[in-house]
Design a protein around this ligand. Structure first.
Ligand SMILES: Nc1ncnc2c1ncn2[C@@H]1O[C@H](COP(=O)(O)OP(=O)(O)OP(=O)(O)O)[C@@H](O)[C@H]1O
Ligand SMILES: [Mg+2]
Length: 369
C-alpha cells in the first residue's frame, strides 16, 4: 500500500485526471488488500499441495490400483474447475468495475451534499446510489454462485469417489487381493487427502476471484510519470522575470484545445486571460505550471524552455489558486436539471446559453445527453 501511495504522488496530473476518485481509492485500499489475499492463497496452494502429495504417496504405497480409482477425480474435476476459474476471473473484473461505480457514486453524494440538500435531490441521488449498490452486490452474488458451484462439483465427485473405492476395495478384500487393515488405512489416507485438495481448489478460486485487483495493481506499478525531468535538465536558481508562450499548442484525445498561443508577461505585470467556458484558459495555466507539456511550441522562463529546468524547481516558483467546479457524473441535462428538476428542454437550453456553454455542449457527440 505504501508503494502504491508513493507511486500515485509521483504520477502526473494527467494520469489522475484520467482515473476516477473511486478507481484510485479502489486501487489503494481494496486492490492492495486483495493482492495480499492472493499471495496468502498462493502460499496456501503450495503448502496444501505438499500435504496432498504426501498422502497420495501413502495411498499409492498401500494399493496402486485403488489409488488410480481414488485420485482419478483430480484430473476429471480439473477441467470443470478450470472453466469455473476462468469465469470467476472474468467476473472479478465486473465486480471491480461495479465496486468503482459505487465508490464514485458515494463520493459524489459526499462532495455534492450541499447541492443535493439545497435542490432537494436526496431522493434522486439516493436512488441512483442504491441502484449502483444493488448492481455491485448482484455481481458479487453471481461470482459467489460460480464459486459455490465449483465447491459442489468437487465435493460431489469426491463423495462419489469414496463410495466407488469402498465398493471396489470391498471386492478386492473378498477376493483376497487386499487386507481389511490396508483398505481401512487406504480410505483414511484418501479422506485425509481430500481436505488439502479441497483447500487447493478454494485457494485457486480465491486467486481468480481477485484477478482484477492483481491486474490493476500490476498495471499501476508499471505507470511512469508523463511529465519528467529531461536527462539534461538544470536547476532553476533565480526567480524568472519573464514568462512567455511561443506557438503553444495542446491536443488531447485528438482534440485541438490550444493552437498557436503566444504571450509574454514580465515580473510585476498582471495578465488576464478571458474566454468562454472550454476555451482553454485552465489548460494554458496547466501548461505554464507544467502539469502537462504542450504538443507544439514552448513555455519559456526568461527565454528558456520550461522543460530545461528541474520540475521541482519550476513548481517551487509557482503559486496557484484553482477553480473548483463540481459536476455530477451524469448527463449535462441532469446536471442543469439539478437546479430545477421540472425545467423544460427550452429552459435547459436557455440556461446553457446564459452560461455560454450551449455551443460547446452541441459540439459533444451526445450533446446534452
Ligand atoms: N487533460 C484533459 N483531458 C481531456 N480534455 C481536456 C484536458 N484538458 C483540457 N481538456 C479540454 O480542453 C477544453 C478546454 O478546457 P479548459 O478547462 O482549459 O477550459 P476553460 O477555458 O478553463 O473553461 P472554464 O471557463 O469552464 O474553466 C475543454 O473542452 C476540456 O474538456
Ligand atoms: Mg477553467
Amino acid at each position: 500500500m505504501e508503494r502504491v501511495i508513493r507511486l500515485l504522488l509521483t504520477l502526473s496530473v494527467g494520469f489522475l485526471d484520467r482515473r476516477t476518485h473511486g478507481d484510485l481509492l479502489q486501487s489503494v485500499r481494496q486492490d492492495v488488500s486483495q493482492l495480499r489475499s492472493v499471495i496468502l492463497a498462493t502460499a496456501g496452494i503450495l503448502l496444501e499441495a505438499l500435504q496432498a502429495a504426501a498422502l497420495i504417496v501413502a495411498a499409492v504405497s498401500l494399493s496402486p490400483s485403488l489409488s488410480v480409482l481414488a485420485f482419478l477425480v483430480v484430473p476429471v474435476a480439473a477441467f470443470p474447475i478450470y472453466v469455473i476459474a476462468r469465469r470467476t476471473l472474468a467476473r472479478s473484473f465486473g465486480v471491480r468495475t461495479k465496486g468503482v461505480v459505487l465508490f464514485d457514486s458515494l463520493l459524489q453524494l459526499i462532495h455534492g451534499i450541499r447541492i443535493i440538500k439545497i435542490y432537494q435531490g436526496e431522493q434522486t441521488e439516493g436512488e441512483r446510489t442504491i441502484e449502483c449498490a444493488r448492481s455491485y452486490f448482484d455481481e458479487l452474488i453471481n461470482m459467489e454462485k460460480v464459486r459455490a458451484f465449483a465447491r459442489i462439483v468437487l465435493e460431489s465427485l469426491a463423495g462419489l469417489n469414496v463410495v466407488v473405492v469402498i465398493i471396489v476395495g470391498g471386492f478386492s478384500v473378498m477376493s483376497g487381493h487386499l487386507g481389511w487393515p490396508e483398505l481401512l488405512a487406504f480410505l483414511m489416507a484418501m479422506r485425509a487427502a481430500q481436505g488439502p485438495l479441497n483447500n487447493i481448489n478454494n485457494n485457486y478460486l480465491e486467486v481468480q476471484r481477485w484477478g482484477a485487483s492483481v491486474e490493476h495493481v500490476d498495471q499501476l506499478l508499471k505507470e511512469q510519470p508523463e511529465i519528467q525531468d529531461r536527462p539534461d535538465s538544470r536547476p532553476l536558481t533565480r526567480t524568472p522575470q519573464r514568462i512567455a508562450a511561443e506557438g503553444v499548442a495542446f491536443e488531447v484525445d485528438g482534440k485541438q484545445v490550444l493552437e498557436n498561443v503566444a504571450f509574454e508577461v514580465r515580473a510585476g505585470e498582471t495578465l488576464g486571460i478571458v474566454g468562454p467556458s472550454g476555451a482553454g484558459k485552465t489548460t494554458l495555466l496547466n501548461l505554464i505550471a507544467r502539469f502537462y507539456d504542450p504538443t507544439a511550441g514552448k513555455v519559456t522562463l526568461d527565454g528558456e524552455d520550461l522543460r530545461n529546468f528541474h520540475l521541482q524547481d519550476v513548481y517551487g516558483q509557482l503559486a496557484i489558486v484553482t477553480q473548483d467546479p463540481f459536476l455530477f457524473s451524469t448527463t449535462i441535462r441532469a446536471n442543469i436539471l439539478c437546479g430545477r428538476p421540472d425545467a423544460s428542454d427550452e429552459d435547459i437550453e436557455a440556461a446553457a446559453r446564459a452560461a455560454e456553454i450551449h455551443d460547446e455542449i452541441m459540439t459533444m457527440p451526445d450533446g446534452y445527453e
